[in-house]
Design a protein around this ligand. Sequence first.
Ligand code: KG4
Ligand code: ZN
Length: 393
Amino acid sequence: MKKNYVILAIETSLDETCAAVTIDEKIISNVVSSQIDLHKKWGGVVPVIAKRAHEERIDSVIKEALKQAKIQLKRHAEFSSASHRFRIKSGMTRKVQDDNELFYLIDAIAVTLGPGQALALEVGIKKAKEIALTFKKPLLTVSHMEGHLLSSFAKNSKAKGSKIDIDSRLRGNDRKPFSLLGLLISGGHTQLVLVKAIGDYELLGETLDDAVGEAFDKVAKLLDLGYPGGPIIERLAKEGDEYAFNLPIPMKGRKDLTFSYSGLKTAVRYLVDDVKKEHKFNRQTICDIAASFQRVATASLIDRLKRAVIINKPKGLLLGGGVISNVYVRNKIRSSMKTFNLPVYIPYSKKLFTDNAGMIGVAAYFKAQRGEFVSDVSSVDRKPNLNFTDNPC
Ligand code: KG4
Ligand code: ZN
């Protein structure tokens, strides 16, 4: 019989302090404490500020995730072996009286090992190790990017999710060729990944310099729009003419599957300088620049994506990462995939587009099924440059 896993997941790779409770692919609670207000005035994430904020918030975020999951945790425990273990620990008859006791209803702890900011990652890892050792729970370490990649497999607490079929082959039980393509577009990464099975990945290509989300953020800064730039650019672009300015489409037609966004950012810088010199830096011009930038940044993603589809002939496309919050980007991707008749999967909730611990719990569940638990908890250390295809065990 398939074993169920109740997982407490922790994610602190950048500027969101996150904790979630998952039961298999189901996300029962998913708490995110954003630090955007702390970093805004610096125009980006400041690692020492992020570290301190994670330290201040981590306990209450975990407590809140457990509290929100309490009813379902107890219900689940009544029908599972966890309840047996809990009853033994708590003297058979006692009910869950104190929130600390909720830790006994968890089967395993999961934490993001990398990639991310070293100082930020450390906070979540330290806490996860502490809980694993105190409550004698097994630990799973997860790649942040695998979390984004598998976020479309997540389901809500009522087991409803995006209509993705987890074929048994994708679980890795039977390695017949069945491939999905993942496009991960976030503030730190722009990657194309071939999913041969869950846990079996090939990195097809990534950015040579800036990530696409980073380009949105930097262009917003050039336009004096604040941080993070993605949502602001998307909003202003709706009022702009996307053909007002002729910007270059990065990497268009290139034979490999790499991306590059720093040249486009520089082109926007020159454009902004020119517009300012001509005293035309007004709201309409800003909207036109935002729209023109968004058009070419998206066109580059699609050029690379189409090439990956032609070469790899996947059965579906998984989208992940903060930039998929952008409706323009999503619509363009969807319509470009129609020619290939390729289903496009996105997570069931917007909350799963940007950083969160629910996606870490889901990725950890698949690892738990494969028995990939950490063998020596005390030796676990953050991996800021964790590579996509490294298995963070
Ligand atoms: O996945 P994520 O939350 O964090 C990282 O792992 O980097 O992605 C954050 C990135 C930021 O660069 C942010 O500007 C971008 O996602 N983003 C957007 C939008 N919402 C967030 N980019 C474009 N349009 C959006 N609506
Ligand atoms: Zn992320």
